[in-house]
Design a protein. Structure first.
Length: 201
């Protein structure tokens, strides 16, 4: 862990998304509810565990539902509960951070008390050796890949080093609008991700 998570309640942690492993990694460092796609709830044990953890489920394909989803996140934040958002909305190939979707950033509204903290997650070493383009596909969990088989293969790899960077926290008032906030978060997170993966070959 590099840096420290903000300690006050009602923090929106904004993170890149590499693998299902991001959830136990981040969950071990901060007490917060995750925002997840609604289909996660249907994955037997995973959905049960996610619901126990008070996960907020969103239907990203239903644009008309985005207002309700923003409201649900805002209510948690205003109750001074922490929330973890993956604004890429999916996982990619791990080479770079995907574009961020800015809609759910509106959940922070104009409340001056709410804090947004960008977070970079990277998997940098496998059994002590730097992750390379050859080994990265074993680590990342790309969108529609079946979770359970990937989790079994992942845990059989050996020791995987995860690095988590908590960047300086910001507030909505620091930006012109949610899109500017989203751009800032992505730029900070993506730059750090590339730095952490600099051994990539």
């Amino acid at each position: 862990m590099h840096g420290r998570p903000a300690r006050q309640g009602g923090i929106l942690f904004v993170s890149n998304h590499v693998s299902w492993a991001d959830i136990p990694v981040l969950g071990s460092l901060v007490q917060a509810a995750f925002v997840a796609k609604s289909d996660v709830e249907q994955i037997k044990v995973v959905g049960w565990l996610a619901s126990l953890q008070r996960t907020l489920y969103v239907e990203r394909d239903r644009r008309q539902a985005s207002g309700e989803q923003r409201t649900a996140i805002a209510e948690r934040l205003q109750a001074r509960e922490n929330v973890i958002l993956f604004p890429e909305a999916t996982t990619g190939d791990g080479v770079a951070v995907l574009p961020f979707k800015s809609a759910l950033f509106a959940a922070v509204g104009d409340d001056p008390a709410l804090v947004i903290q960008p977070v970079t997650v990277a998997y940098t070493r496998l059994n002590g050796m730097p992750i390379t383009r050859e080994t990265l596909p074993d680590i990342v969990w790309i969108g529609d890949t079946d979770l359970i088989p990937h989790a079994v293969e992942f845990t059989a790899l050996g020791r995987v080093r995860a690095e988590v960077v908590f960047h300086p926290a910001v507030r909505m008032a620091d930006f012109a609008d949610r899109k500017a906030l989203s751009r800032h978060c992505r730029e900070v997170i993506a730059a750090e991700y590339l730095r952490l993966m600099r051994g990539f070959a």
